[in-house]
Design a protein around this ligand. Sequence first.
Ligand SMILES: [Zn+2]
Ligand SMILES: [Zn+2]
Length: 178
Amino acid sequence: MHLNPYGEYAVVMAASLANDWPADRAGIEGRVREHGMTMTFEETADDYAGTRAVIDSWLRVVDTDDPGERAELLNAQLAAVAAYPRLTDHDNEGWHLHYRDDYRDLPRVLASVISVGTALHLTTRGMHRLGRCAAGEEPGDPCRNVVVDVTRGGRQRYCSVRCANRAAVRRHRARESD
Ligand SMILES: [Zn+2]
Ligand SMILES: [Zn+2]
């Protein structure tokens, strides 16, 4: 996977795993492939639970909206998994940078790609461009999806058109009952 300067693909991949958690290890690997990773992963017994733990730590970054706290959490994750950048040309991907040592298990590779990608996303696009769908702020609304805001204006609040519409209908009803 090439982490473009905006880190977008890695953050979108993390959100996809969080929003629609795969049923098994093959599901995780399939999802990671859909998001452009081509490397061969080494299979270990801990892959499924280990990747879930990576997503759960990442969700702590998502659920903090204070930029200082967000940076602190992310810095701790970077310190644990990222390494000095190095050039690599594995799997005919062309030369690109890895920000990790040369391990090949899913949890550690994903922890590194996701933390570095999130750091790039937040510092290039803005510290507030990550959160949960605003529809879920309404009591009783089931949506807990992560929203990665890569829009030009930086004002995306809903995970989907469906959630935006549901919230609009609610606002409309609230006005009518005044
Ligand atoms: Zn690579
Ligand atoms: Zn939603």
